[in-house]
Design a protein around this ligand. Sequence first.
Ligand code: PLP
Length: 427
Amino acid sequence: MQLTNDEILALDRQHVWHPYSSFLNPSPTYAVASASGVTLTLADGRTLIDGMSSWWSVLHGYNHPRLNAALRNQSEAMSHVMFGGLTHEPAVSLCQQLVRLSPPGLNKVFLSDSGSVSVEVAMKMALQFWHSQGRPEKHRFVALTNGYHGDTFGAMSVCDPVTGMHHLFSRNLQQQYFATRPSSRFDAPFDESDLASIRELLATHSDIAAVILEPIVQGAGGMWMYSPEYLKAVRELCDQHQVLLIADEIATGFGRTGKLFACEHAGISPDILCLGKTLTGGYMTLAATLCNDQVSDGICRGEAGVFMHGPTFMGNPLACAVAGESIRLLLEGNWQERIGTIEAQLRRELEPCRELDRVVDVRVLGGIGVVELDQAPDMQTLQPAFVEAGIWVRPFGRLVYIMPPYVASESEISALTGGIYSVVSAL
Ligand SMILES: *Cc1c(COP(=O)(O)O)cnc(C)c1O
């Protein structure tokens, strides 16, 4: 290593943007030297147990020998080749896996570089589809409050307008419709009145191309887990009103909620599905947008005759090879049992947080545990407190949450839940 820990951090503060960061009021930042299994090793020598899976993405732990080998082998064949007019086994095999595993009907796959881009692609698919049906007026989207779909302009337009600070960008941002998010919890009885808001939007507006939502678990916009009955009803409403359904499973895909895809909780298929984050097991950036044959046929019979999108790094062979191996690893293992075990442990060990003064809610689904506080804590003190406790937990607003890698052991998960309890109780 050329730079000391202090040099890395000094240069970082001087030049480097981080997600949602400020140079004037930088939040505590730590240099990582390496990562293996569920452990991050900091450049200052400390080790942390990772509770974040690097934002949902690391399923099998860091530095996994099988994923390393997939990457190494593919790099020796070819790291990249353009996807216009050329194809290759890693991409074709991955798309076949995705079609096989995803909810029925999704049959065509568009590969792209990041979750946000896969959402842009989904939105463009819906627009081109309705254009081809002679319904170009269907150009708006219905999204849910507290939703999160990414940071590019199209994706941003369907994020929660308040937490997404839409007013800063209003001159450039497409105006969409927002339905109130369902209040019925995942495992509570379904309250029919949850449907009033979306029902009214769909009944009163004829310019809607699609509903876009995160099925079952709203991620970055509020870590909220809602009733499958809502999702089932939205699917029916979309059919009734001739509106497409886009399911954004960028966070929930590949087992995190206890089903391979969250749509399975409701037994529905969307018309368009977005995958990202977990797709390569956290190794590389790669995303996919799947659609059914009705959507793809419509697009291809339309005025353009083609789908109007084509990223330079589309179908990157390194990313596709790792994604394929990550999916094989997942399916070979007992992932559903693992998630069940993690879920039971998170419930057992996070539940005591409910008694703490600052805690207003505790919720768990699959491999996701959330402790909601009464107000946003001061990250300047909270982040170092978690690091002192030897765990990597990064709260967001009022939400302290973890989604450990599936390979996390019982004692590693206990370190996470115990650390959360002691840090939150000291607030
Ligand atoms: C993270 C996320 C995105 C955006 O993905 P990026 O890879 O960060 O662009 C979109 N939708 C959901 C549900 C996400 O969790």
